[in-house]
Design a protein around this ligand. Structure first.
Ligand code: NAD
Length: 358
């Protein structure tokens, strides 16, 4: 029988978990969930910006501001601790890594390698082998087998990234795999689909409009849909986006640490890297979900301004992925028919709680 979330249980050597990128979108949600799921585990949340201090109990929770580009700051995180699990989430996202080549490599590769090496040194000092979850991205795929019409089959699709961000993730996956192969750490890489709905301000990423199409109008702000010239444009029914609901994803990330090493060793041929499940969503479904949860008047806030540059980038994204390997391991997926609408509902509730819903 496949494992289920009832099996959300940490291996016994994990008494303390370090989460990098804990001040970011996924990191903040992950830390909240870990605190809820594992009351007996100590959490160290770190980020270059001060991560939110979620609870006031030094024995259970530490929030540490650190730049992981500095070896001494990485060493300090492990000092005097018994870190049995690491979630490596920090990074520079696709738009930023493309715009600033040096920064992308410095953070997505160099500082990630600092963290990996330090986890290895830590393992050498203790009698246990830390479980290391590297958070990667489906952006490692590109090329002719990863276009909107494709359904990427991991075993058949070479990993050829088309962006610096994707290449940086690919490089780190290889490092992480080798530390696992050598037996230094129990490593696994999980490739995330786009996580939706991303809160906060619009980013410079070409994909930003995909969250923005819902996020801004629900707050009474205009958003631009750069792939269509009007609501009747057929492209809204033919340019798929592969995504996952934030709640589902965060649970899957936590689950990635619970699985025995043997499960990931089955994917030795794929570098112990797993594509997390997602769903294929058409832009029309997003607009329908906006109307469903925000009302018809919100549609007036979506401005259709076709931008060929964005279409060209979106044309390099694979529309669908075979997620049966990760689903058979017990990672959860959203319902393709209702998953996106659920993500919008969650986001609407968040805005309501923050008093930002228009
Ligand atoms: N959000 C998505 O849709 C998505 C999709 C695929 C993969 N991912 C991956 O998931 C992870 C988390 O993504 P996110 O959306 O939360 O990103 P995010 O940008 O919200 O968070 C990343 C965090 O890393 C921190 N950081 C950057 N440089 C640092 C440094 N030198 N030292 C310490 N911290 C530093 C940032 O301050 C930020 O808080 C990333 O590795 C990302 O590549 C995310």
């Amino acid at each position: 029988m496949s494992p289920t979330y009832d099996a959300l249980k940490l291996p016994s050597h994990i008494k303390t978990i370090l989460v990098s990128g804990a001040g970011g979108f996924v990191g903040q949600e992950l830390v909240k969930l870990l605190l809820e799921l594992f009351p007996d585990v100590k959490l160290i949340a770190t980020d270059i910006i001060e991560p939110p201090r979620l609870i006031d109990d030094e024995k259970r929770f530490k929030a540490i501001k650190a730049d992981l580009g500095h070896t001494s700051q990485v060493e300090a995180l492990f000092e005097g601790e018994q870190i049995g699990g690491v979630f490596a989430l920090h990074g520079i996202m696709s738009g930023g890594a493309e715009a600033n080549f040096d920064l992308g490599y410095a953070v997505n590769v160099d500082s990630n390698l600092n963290l990996l090496k330090q986890a290895h040194s830590h393992a050498n000092e203790h009698a246990f082998k830390p479980t290391y979850v590297f958070v990667s991205s489906l952006a490692v795929y590109g090329g002719p087998k990863a276009v909107p019409e494709s359904r990427v089959i991991p075993q058949d699709t070479p990993v050829i990234a088309k962006t610096s961000y994707g290449i940086q993730k690919q490089i780190m996956e290889m490092y992480v795999y080798d530390y696992g192969r050598k037996g230094y750490l129990d490593t696994r890489s999980i490739r995330l689909p786009s996580v939706t709905i991303r809160p906060g301000a619009p980013s410079t990423a070409a994909s930003s409009f995909l969250s923005g199409i819902v996020r801004e109008p629900l707050q009474g702000v205009e958003s631009i849909c750069p792939i269509a010239s009007s609501i009747d444009d057929p492209i809204l029914d033919s340019m798929p986006w592969y995504c996952t609901r934030t709640k589902t994803l965060v649970r899957n990330v936590a689950y990635a640490m619970c699985m025995p090493e043997t499960e990931f060793k089955k994917y030795e041929g794929l570098g112990r890297s797993i594509n997390l499940p997602g769903i294929k969503v058409m832009p029309r479904q997003m607009i329908d979900a906006l109307v469903e949860h925000g009302g018809k008047d919100k549609l007036k806030l979506v401005k259709f301004e076709k931008d060929q540059a964005v279409i060209d980038i979106a044309s390099t994204w694979a529309g669908d992925y075979d997620s049966s390997p990760s689903e058979s391991m017990g990672f959860e997926n959203d319902d393709p028919a209702t998953g996106y609408s659920m993500a919008v509902k969650d986001f609407k509730e968040l805005l309501e709680a923050q008093g930002k819903l228009a």
